[in-house]
Ligand binder design. Structure first.
Ligand SMILES: C[S@@+](CC[C@H](N)C(=O)[O-])C[C@H]1O[C@@H](n2cnc3c(N)ncnc32)[C@H](O)[C@@H]1O
Length: 332
């Protein structure tokens, strides 16, 4: 199976989850979510039918029993362009001078960030999680591990970073070779965590929980990894395209708040909405000023990706007065 086949299977699975019986045209129309990473699907339809993975014709396709397990897996991994992007992003960003300048100006320090937490927010998170020397900490969606390394350097905690992007983990391991006794990295999936129960004092996730396929299941799994008395810290932004359910703009009404409450955990929520209104306009301004540098390094895709998120999601949400940012600290 090639990458085009994988995208078709994931797209049919997506339609299935939305209760649709998709025709070829509507699947192709929705394919823009693979952005620059969209493959040529023209030969995939027949090949997938011949292999018994899908059935139907251009007026409507569905998954066969044989095709469904792979389609489910591929949809979780590749619902859109992000998986492809992150395979590439971290190694490129680690070596990019333009990205270093971007991080210093936007976040206050270069930790090869891709999230939306500046250094003040990260320091708040460390304080709220009460992380101290010798603690065992897990950073979910750690990227190339700059935040995990910073956290360990600052507190003396033993930090494990997990990310699904193989290149991110490789970059993290290479950069932290001298610190292996307290900073380690594993490639893994947020949807299928594989650690012993009660093995961490604190677990954090900065702008990476958006991609879990089932938030209740993921949070239950995360909380089972925490020692009694430990804490979970989750940073999220909310916009209409992330969560538009009733109450979703209230600190206790977001999908994360509801899920933490469903689990029966007590939590505090810290509201960063007001100070955060400046983040995306500032990010956009800095990116535009650095555009030529990204282009000169052949890293224009980094510029494009940040600008896509700004233009399609965050700046319109600010216009509508519907950008929110919350930090949830749950106690186990
Ligand atoms: C927006 S970035 C945030 C990275 C980092 N926490 C930061 O603040 O800079 C999201 C991260 O989540 C990772 N990610 C997305 N889906 C994932 C999954 N299913 N399992 C593990 N990591 C995932 C991506 O590779 C990426 O590094």
């Amino acid at each position: 199976m090639n990458e085009a086949d994988i995208q078709v299977l994931a797209s049919i699975r997506r339609a299935e989850l939305m209760g649709e019986f998709p025709d070829r045209e509507s699947l192709e129309n929705a394919a823009h979510r693979y952005w620059k990473y969209l493959e040529d699907w023209s030969e995939s339809w027949q090949r997938l039918i011949d292999d018994g993975l899908i059935q139907g014709d251009k007026n409507g396709y569905s998954l066969t029993e044989l095709g469904r397990p792979s389609a489910e897996r591929y949809y979780v991994e590749r619902p859109d362009f992000n998986w492809y992007y992150y395979q590439h992003f971290y190694a490129a960003a680690q070596a990019s001078m333009a990205h270093t300048q971007f991080c210093e100006r936007v976040y206050g320090k270069d930790l090869v960030q891709d999230g939306q937490a500046d250094m003040d927010s990260i320091d708040d998170l460390i304080r709220y999680l009460k992380i101290s020397d010798g603690d065992k900490v897990l950073d979910l969606g750690c990227g190339s591990g700059g935040v995990a390394e910073y956290l360990s350097d600052k507190t003396g905690a033993h930090v494990t970073g997990l990310d699904y992007a193989a290149n991110a983990i490789k970059t993290a391991i290479n950069r932290t070779r001298g610190k292996q006794d307290r900073v380690t990295f594993v490639q893994g999936d947020l949807n299928a965590l594989d650690f012993p129960d009660r093995s961490f004092d604190a677990i954090l996730s900065i702008d990476s929980i958006y991609w879990v396929s089932d938030i209740d299941r993921a949070l239950a799994s995360i909380s089972s990894l925490i020692k009694p008395g430990g804490r979970i810290g989750i940073f999220i932004s909310n916009t209409p395209s992330i969560d538009n359910a009733e109450g979703a703009y209230e600190p206790h009404g977001t999908w994360i708040a509801k899920s933490i409450a469903n689990l029966g955990l007590n939590y505090d929520v810290h509201d960063y909405t007001e100070s955060f209104q400046h983040f995306w306009p500032k990010l956009t301004k800095v990116m535009l000023e650095l555009r030529d540098d990204f282009v000169a390094e052949e890293n224009e895709v980094i510029f494009d990706s940040f600008m896509l998120a700004a233009d399609e999601n965050y700046l319109p949400a600010i216009e509508l007065g519907l950008l929110r940012r919350f930090l949830y600290i749950a106690r186990v």
